[in-house]
Design a binder for this molecule. Structure first.
Ligand SMILES: Nc1nc2c(c(=O)[nH]1)N[C@H]1C(S)=C(S)[C@@H](COP(=O)(O)OP(=O)(O)OC[C@H]3O[C@@H](n4cnc5c(=O)[nH]c(N)nc54)[C@H](O)[C@@H]3O)O[C@H]1N2
Ligand SMILES: Nc1nc2c(c(=O)[nH]1)N[C@H]1C(S)=C(S)[C@@H](COP(=O)(O)OP(=O)(O)OC[C@H]3O[C@@H](n4cnc5c(=O)[nH]c(N)nc54)[C@H](O)[C@@H]3O)O[C@H]1N2
Ligand code: SF4
Ligand SMILES: [Mo]
Length: 767
């Protein structure tokens, strides 16, 4: 048995790789982006395989990009390629020719693999056959599919209650697989279905459902072309949703302005070199942001309230700011909201933001005279303790301006994983709506459990406290994606069995339960042939468009199984008296879609409409200017901003993505736009704060968090002086997750507060 220190070391690699610091860039994409994608593709897949996948990528009827959830244009698509550098990297990662056969696992013990960095682990290749780690064993060995299913079924049936099992989902799983998975889990008897959404846009869902009656965004891609103003908050699209920059470029060309609210000056938000236009190739960039507000971390609520107060002042002086007709017809609680705003102290709000009054006034002026406003946001807003209320302030401003339910305006929470929104629509949710359960009962003739299940944080707590004993992950990398890495590791290690359906090896395979199983599945790029017929799956993008995705590459091994087939086999191996015809589903995916249509609203004629070249839109009440809240009206809401209790020697840390990663998958060690190269264990900090701490560039520091009476320690981070507000610092996810307490999470949504971590920084003492 390893001691505690050894286990901790296995959770992350603390090796340094030798940082190089350059000036941050002032624009994104252009030729370097093309070169970077070509380099990745050729190195991983070879030219023929890579080109085949890229030609299909995001084309109508082709392959949906396994990267982010940004939508494709409904109308014409560029034959030069409808993808970005990071889409190409996502393809290279999945379509790699490297594979991990049984010999790889015989040569490398679990312990030796866990000494590798996430970058090294990810590069090793696609898992080529099911693998099993017996109790007490040091190495994974090959197992037959049938035996693997039998083992999992046996474990599940041995539990005292189905609620002792946890079924996680990451957001790449197709609609078809997700629907069958939730059907299986509920037929088995639990709603313990945490998903990556719990750590991602859950706060958006919570805020939007309460205020607008739908947990999804309301805008379509075309709205960007018709809008007057786009406000981008807490999002880094140049890296995480690169093709959003093309949409923003078009907004600007059509006369819109852009306000960006972000503690960091992100290159992609400053300027954009369209990689497929001559101007972009020549390095002439389109300036995107008109007003850049470098707000302090977690002060967005204060900023939005300050802006709202200024808007009301302008309205009282001159009028023309507030859309009274919309407010009277469509909303509730406006007067309460205004009275609350009047009670707030503007000077205090301004001070909290760290911005100058004149900068905020400029934002208010820009908003005051616009009629059509889109507000976009991502993790910079959702991963704080007060996230749900901050997002409600976003809604307040849009409602005040009548900027919902009409073209060119609305809410745009930009989703992360390529099908995270679709998985939720299919019922991957620990708090299933009653209508879904009623329909499952009607169509499948069983009583689905009604009690809410565990979300991600409560699942970890349940494993830690031995209330849950089997963990099953449909994709993802639970250990590295979740907060409080040591605590989560303990939870996973407490389990009798941990199972992962995966494409690539990751740290969650290496920090495991008493027994562990890896089930290797087909990825998005792989051709999926059933009964000699190529199958396609479907996905839903960030704007509610459902469309098909078809892989075309030959799988690296004939021992891979589709996620659909895996769920069907698992259901058969586990459920004793099921009257669900699991064999039918694995014969043709149309038969799954026929049943989805019976259970889930908005999927009428699914098989017909999904074959439309660009797919179809799901109904969206807010887009249609209807509000499915309890009152039938959109709700203004009131919140009080309270900053976090940060001591003089403490910092507020956000954990963010570099340009060279997809979540826990590390493509490379560079963060090109931010000028940080060859290193991930870095901390970006304001030079004045460095001076106060007596730190120099490239000094090595240790980071500490003391939330909830425990000490969390992350060793060895390199100091990078950076343009970031005072007392705010940034590190990369997942290296810094060890510092995030499991108890620090957003109120109502339970999303880990990974962008509001209070830390102390101490210079490392040389041994
Ligand atoms: N290439 C690539 N693409 C991806 C991903 C990836 O890892 N790599 N991940 C996918 C997923 S799952 C998701 S959810 C999205 C994530 O997309 P983003 O949300 O863009 O990702 P983060 O790096 O977490 O960036 C958060 C941004 O918010 C800012 N920020 C942090 N704290 C605050 C704050 O308090 N206020 C404000 N106003 N801003 C703040 C940061 O400076 C940063 O620019 O991207 C998706 N797409
Ligand atoms: N500190 C901090 N923590 C965070 C965040 C943050 O900003 N800061 N962001 C959070 C967010 S927004 C998210 S979404 C989560 C992400 O959490 P996850 O979704 O759990 O993590 P990923 O890194 O996306 O998962 C990668 C793994 O998925 C598997 N995989 C890839 N493609 C497929 C496929 O097609 N099928 C199957 N079955 N498996 C596949 C591969 O084995 C790969 O190793 O992390 C969260 N954690
Ligand atoms: S923007 Fe997102 S979905 Fe589109 S190609 Fe790039 S990574 Fe893929
Ligand atoms: Mo996400």
């Amino acid at each position: 048995m390893k001691n505690e220190e050894e286990i901790k070391e296995a959770l992350t690699s603390e090796k340094l790789t030798g940082v190089k610091i350059k000036n941050p860039k002032e624009s994104a994409a252009g030729v370097p982006a093309i070169l970077s994608s070509v380099r990745h593709i050729i190195a991983e897949t070879g030219l023929a395989r890579g080109t085949k996948a890229l030609l299909d990528l995001n084309q109508k009827g082709g392959l949906d990009c396994p990267g982010c959830a940004w939508p494709d244009p409904d109308d014409e698509r560029s034959s030069l390629g409808e993808y970005c550098e990071n889409g190409a990297k996502a393809i290279a990662e999945e379509a790699t020719k490297k594979k991990l056969g049984p010999q790889f696992f015989a040569d490398n013990s679990v312990e030796s693999l866990s000494q590798l960095s996430d970058y090294e682990i990810g590069r090793s290749g696609r898992i080529a056959q099911p693998m099993y780690l017996a109790e007490g064993a040091t190495h994974y060995t090959e197992i037959k599919w049938k035996e693997a299913f039998a083992k999992i079924g046996k474990h599940l049936n041995q539990l005292d209650s189905p609620d002792e099992a946890i079924f996680y989902t990451s957001g790449r799983t197709s609609n078809e697989a997700a629907f069958l998975y939730q059907l299986f889990v509920r037929a088995y008897g639990t709603n313990n279905m945490p998903d990556c959404s719990n750590m991602c846009h859950e706060s958006s869902g919570a805020a939007l459902s309460e205020t607008l009656g739908i947990g999804k965004g309301s805008v379509k891609l075309e709205d960007f072309y018709e809008t007057d103003l786009v406000i981008i908050m807490g999002q880094n699209p140049g890296t995480n949703h690169p093709r959003m920059l093309s949409a923003l470029e078009k907004s600007k060309a059509n006369g819109a302005q852009i306000i960006t609210i972000n503690p960091l000056k992100e290159a992609g938000l400053i300027g954009f070199n369209h990689p497929q236009r001559l101007k972009g190739i020549l390095g002439i960039s389109t300036e995107l942001t008109d007003l850049y507000l470098q707000v302090k971390i977690n002060a967005d609520m204060a900023l939005l309230q300050a802006i709202a107060k200024m808007l009301i002042n302008i309205e009282r002086e001159k009028g023309g700011v507030v859309d009274h007709d919309f407010i009277n017809e469509k909303t509730q609680q406006y007067d309460t909201y205004i009275a609350h705003l009047d009670s707030l102290n503007l000077d205090k709000l301004i001070a909290a933001t760290g911005l100058e009054r004149s900068q905020i006034e400029q934002a208010a002026q820009m908003i005051a005279d616009k009629k059509k406003i889109i507000i976009c946001w991502a993790m910079g807003l959702t991963q704080h303790r007060n996230s749900v209320n901050t997002i409600k302030e976003v809604v307040n401003i849009l409602l005040m301006k009548g900027s919902v339910g009409k073209s060119g305006a609305g809410t745009c929470p930009v989703r992360g994983h390529s099908n995270v929104q679709g998985d939720r629509t299919m019922g991957i949710y620990e708090k299933p709506p009653t209508a879904l359960l009623d329909n499952l009962k009607k169509v499948f003739h069983f009583d689905p459990p009604r009690e809410h299940g565990y979300d991600t944080v409560s699942a970890i707590e349940a494993m830690y406290e031995n209330r849950a004993k089997v963990f099953f992950g449909m994709g993802g990398n639970f250990l590295s994606a979740t907060p409080d890495t040591n605590y989560t590791a303990q939870g996973l290690q407490n389990c009798n069995l941990t199972v992962h359906v995966s494409t690539k090896l990751n740290r969650s395979h290496l920090v495991h339960g008493r027994e562990a199983i890896i089930l290797p599945c087909l990825g998005r790029t792989d051709v999926d042939i059933v009964n000699s017929e190529e199958q396609f799956v479907s996905v839903e993008n960030s704007m509610g468009v459902v469309h098909s995705s078809r892989g075309s590459l030959t799988p690296v091994s004939d021992k891979l199984m589709s996620e659909v087939a895996i769920v069907c086999h698992l259901a058969k191996a586990t459920l004793k008296n099921t009257n669900i015809d699991w064999d039918k589903y694995s014969k043709h995916y149309d038969l799954i879609r026929d049943d989805i249509e019976k259970v889930i609203k908005g999927f009428e004629n699914y098989n017909l409409r999904v074959r439309e070249p660009a797919g179809f839109y799901l109904p969206n009440c807010a887009r249609e200017n209807r509000y499915d809240t309890a009152s039938g009206k959109a709700q203004f809401s009131i919140s009080n901003y309270t900053g976090l209790p940060i001591g003089q020697d403490e910092f507020l840390m956000m954990t963010i993505r570099s340009h060279d990663q997809f979540n826990t998958t590390i493509y490379g060690l560079n963060d090109r736009y931010r000028g940080i190269e060859n290193e991930r264990r870095i901390i970006m900090i304001n030079p004045l704060d460095m001076k106060d701490l007596g730190l120099k560039e490239k000094d090595i520091v240790d980071l500490y968090n003391y939330d909830d009476g425990s000490t969390r320690h992350a060793k060895t981070f390199i100091v990078i002086p950076y343009n970031i507000p005072r007392q705010c610092v940034a590190t990369y996810f997942p290296e810094a997750n060890v510092l995030i307490s499991i108890k620090q999470k957003a109120r109502k949504s339970n999303t880990p507060a990974s962008k509001s971590v209070i830390i102390k920084i101490k210079k490392q003492q040389m041994a």
